[in-house]
Write a protein that binds this ligand. Sequence first.
Ligand SMILES: NC(=O)c1ccc[n+]([C@@H]2O[C@H](COP(=O)([O-])OP(=O)(O)OC[C@H]3O[C@@H](n4cnc5c(N)ncnc54)[C@H](OP(=O)(O)O)[C@@H]3O)[C@@H](O)[C@H]2O)c1
Length: 349
Amino acid sequence: MSYRVAIMGATGAVGQEMTRTLEQRAFPVSQIKMLASERSEGKTVVFRGRRVPVEVLTKDSFKGVDIVLSSAGAAISIEFAPAAAAAGAVMIDNTSAFRMEKDVPLVVPEVNPDRAADCFKATKNPLIIANPNCSTIQMVVALAPIHRAAGIRRLVISTYQATSGAGAPAVEEMMQQIRDLSMGKNWSDLACKNFAHPIAYNALPHIDSFLDNEYTKEEMKMVNETRKILEDDSIGVTATTVRIPVVRGHSESVNVQTHKPLTVEQIRKMIAEAPGCVLVDNVKNADYPLAIYADGRDETFVGRIRKDDSAENAFNMWIVSDNLRKGAALNAVQIAELLIERGLVKPKK
Ligand SMILES: NC(=O)c1ccc[n+]([C@@H]2O[C@H](COP(=O)([O-])OP(=O)(O)OC[C@H]3O[C@@H](n4cnc5c(N)ncnc54)[C@H](OP(=O)(O)O)[C@@H]3O)[C@@H](O)[C@H]2O)c1
C-alpha cells in the first residue's frame, strides 16, 4: 500500500528535510504534493529524481491526500488544519499551533507511541498529531528511560540551539553577517531581520518571543511539552534557551534530579539501550556528543554523564541531536510510519 502525502512548507528548512527523509526511509508514497506560499510559485522540489512543481497552498490542496506533513508556521497550520481534516487527511504538525491543545496528541515515537491513536477520538481538533518542539524531542528521547526507572523530580536546562532552528532565511542571514564582518563591516552595520541582534559569532539568550513571566516561549515550550509527553505535571522544569551560530544540531546541558537514586553506570546503560539514543561518553578520549557529528544523523547523542554532588539524586548530561532530523522531519515521518504500522491510516480509494 502507498499513500498520498502533502508537505506544507515544502520549500522551508524543515520541509526540505522532510522530502529527504521520505526518500531515505523509502516511505510508501504514491503521490506527493509540495505546498508553499505564492513566493514559491514556479519553483520545483526534486523527489526521487523527479521535479515536483510547488503548488500554492489553498483549502482545496488536501483533496485525496492521506497524510499532511506541515511546517509552514503556526498561523498557517491553524488556518488550514480544518480543511485537511475535512478532506480526511491526518496532519502531523511541526508547528507550535496545537501542541498544548488537550485533545491533540504530542508524540515522540520512542517515548509515547500509543498516544498517536488519540487523534482519531479528538472532537475539537480532529486528525492532528503534534510534533514537539525540536529541543524537547531530543531531551525526552534521552530522559524517558530515566523517568520510567527512577521518576524525574526536576530538570534544569540550558540549550545551545542551531541557527537553522529559526528557518532557512535565518541561516542565510548568519552567513551574510559572517561575510560582511570579514569584509570589514561593523557590528552596528549588520542587517538583522531574523534575530534582535547579530547571530554571527554571538550567543543570543532569546529564542521566540518573551512572555509576561520574562521567560521566552521556547523556554516555556520545554517546560510544558516535557510534562505533557512524560505525562507527569509534577516534574519541575526550568530552562534557558540560547541561539548560537551553529548551522545544524542543538546541544543541551541538562541537570536531572530523580526521586530514586541512580548510579552513573546505570544511567549510561539506560542511554546505551534506549531506542534512538547513542551513548558517546569517554572523556579520557575527549569523546562526547558534538553538533558537527550529529548533522544529518537520526540519533540523539548523549554524554558527559556525571554526578551532581550539590543536590540529592542529581546528575548532569549533554544531549545533542540534529534539529532538522529528529527535532522535526524524522520525528514527523516516524509518526506517519507508526500510523501505517498500526493500521491507523489507510490509503483513500
Ligand atoms: N527549523 C527547525 O529546526 C524546526 C524544528 C521544529 C519545528 N519547526 C517549525 O516548523 C515550521 C517551519 O520552520 P522552518 O524552519 O522550516 O521555516 P522556514 O525555513 O522559514 O520555512 C517556512 C515554510 O513555510 C512556507 N510558508 C510560509 N508562509 C506560508 C503561507 N502563507 N502559505 C504557504 N506556505 C507558507 C514557506 O514557503 P515559501 O518558501 O513559499 O515562503 C516555507 O516553505 C515553524 O513553525 C517552526 O517553528 C522548525
